[in-house]
Write a protein that binds this ligand. Structure first.
Ligand SMILES: C[S@@+](CC[C@H](N)C(=O)[O-])C[C@H]1O[C@@H](n2cnc3c(N)ncnc32)[C@H](O)[C@@H]1O
Length: 262
């Protein structure tokens, strides 16, 4: 299991991250690439609070099927609440490396910011291939946090915090590794699309405002970072905002692959 927790307080912050304006725009971009069609069957792995599942379910409609799994019961409870009006949505607690579905079931399987946290990554990718129908596609959005450019007057402190944060995911360099890993399980990579968040101000609608809170809570006690240092790191962003000097940029990669018809 990844050392980043997705339950209790962290589940609450994760939901706030998912609901900010940047993430709403990101969901639109991902849906534009995935192109869910009426009547299709989709599976989301690691659905969190179900914000993507909700949008995809509206596209596939009642003649389609939207399945969403997550190993956190907290997250599944929220996903169920979000999608309660659509009976073609099925949310269940489940583990990515043991998907509770038949072979060749889905037109599309996708995972957004989840595969980098899965310890049994190769097993999870084999499961994606197994439950996809021949000709079906998978989409994996993942982030290598070493792409982060986060302005600070305290460069060394910023580096210490980001180094501690890098340990939150079990496969930091997933965007670079996925091509080979997908081929190894019998999926054919098609294209990779970079997607960036760029925040020039620090407010509740921006991704980095919430990411900073997740990071502050994660890094405290790691790499000899105490609560004072973590708090001072977080507080600097308000100051930079007042000086109109706030800057954050992070690039994620959406990887698409297909299960070839034999
Ligand atoms: C960063 S959150 C992303 C949630 C959602 N995909 C989104 O973008 O809003 C990662 C999610 O993956 C789930 N997760 C992590 N490892 C998992 C695993 N091995 N099996 C199932 N779910 C997992 C976590 O519980 C969490 O809800």
């Amino acid at each position: 299991m990844s050392s980043l927790s997705f339950v209790d307080d962290m589940a609450d912050i994760q939901r706030l991250v998912a609901q900010c304006h940047d993430q709403a725009v990101r969901r639109g971009s991902v849906l534009e690439i995935m192109q869910p069609q009426t009547g299709e069957k989709f599976l989301e792995v690691g659905c969190g609070g179900g914000f993507y599942a909700y949008e995809v379910a509206r596209c596939v409609g009642p003649t389609g099927r939207m399945c969403a799994i997550d190993y956190s019961a907290d997250q599944i409870a929220t996903a169920e609440r979000n999608c309660v009006d659509m009976e073609w949505v099925e949310c269940r607690v489940g583990e990515a490396s043991e998907l509770p579905y038949e072979n060749d079931t889905f037109d599309t399987v996708y995972g957004i910011q989840v595969f980098e946290y899965i310890e049994q990554l190769d097993a999870a990718l084999r499961e994606v291939r197994r439950v996809l129908r021949p000709g079906g596609r998978c989409f994996i959005l993942s982030t290598d946090w070493r792409t982060a450019v986060w302005h600070s007057h305290h460069e060394k402190r910023m580096q210490r915090i980001l180094s501690a944060w890098e340990t939150h995911s079990s496969t930091l360099d997933l965007p670079a590794l996925l091509g080979v890993k997908l081929r190894n399980v019998g999926l054919v990579p098609l294209r990779q699309t970079p997607m960036s968040f760029l925040n020039r101000s620090y407010h509740r609608n921006s991704f980095s405002y919430w990411a900073a809170r997740v990071i502050r809570s994660f890094v405290e006690g790691k790499h000899e970072i105490g609560s004072e240092e973590a708090e001072a790191w977080l507080n600097e962003f308000e100051l930079l905002e007042q000086q109109q000097a706030y800057f954050f940029c992070l690039t994620s990669v959406l990887t698409e692959a297909i299960k070839n018809v034999r």
